[in-house]
Design a protein. Sequence first.
Length: 300
Amino acid sequence: MIHLLRSAVALAVALALAGGFAPQSAQAATPAAKTPYGANRAAAGSFVRDGVTFYYEVYGQGEPLLLVHGNGGSLGLLAAQIEYFRGHRKVIAMDSRDQGRSGDSAGPITYEMMSDDLAALIDHLKLGRVDVLGWSDGGIETLLLGLRHPDKVGKLVAMAANLNPQAIYPETAEMVEAFRKSIPADAGKTVEGRRAQKMFNLLANEPHIDPARLRGVTAPTLVMSGDRDVILLTHTVEIYENLPNANLAVLPDSTHAAPYDNPALFNATVDQFLRTPFRKKERIADMAASIEKATAELPK
């Protein structure tokens, strides 16, 4: 989509709520890996749902972990996460409809539709329950998967998700408007242009999720954000506070692109959450117990 973005490379790389629309030059900057994630036919598979052919890749052995990319991107943008988790998990990643190597749908797309696509992938691969890690738009889909298909998920990780299009900082809104203006009026005449228009419409007009609905997500969930994210930090906290079984992680000195910029910190944070049995700590009782234990361990 480089020809659509022209000089808006920086905009494309950091696209609000997306983690996507990255031009090929940005994707090439992904930390070097021996495996061509996102274009590895040896690990690839496909299936058809709703008239759309979906492209996915599978790596590793162990408990399944589903990775979900952001708006306008592809599974290749999660290369650092695939490379890390494939060492001890079975990692599955799919290009969303109208994105990457997956096919195009006939009409507009919604986050609900894409979360159902993920459920169909889980069924196609006969995975049973899976842990799910979603970045940006993928985080939205992850939360919806927990709502719409609770029988298919174990633990959830939602990085930089949003429940409505207004949950962004003013400079983020300016960036989105600049992106809108960068799309030529005749963009719909090409496949890439139609895809860009669909992704922008999704970005600008969706989702519309009542925070109270998140109380229906019973799966243990890690809500994540960068402290310099494009999503309002207060909104991320609102998501966390409406989930009944949630932890919150705000990564220091980090933007919306934290999974790419600092994969060591991001992956370690996610891995600790996934490996540790979930127990919602008591604010006072657990603090008091820890202080009592620490005090008892002091030299006499």
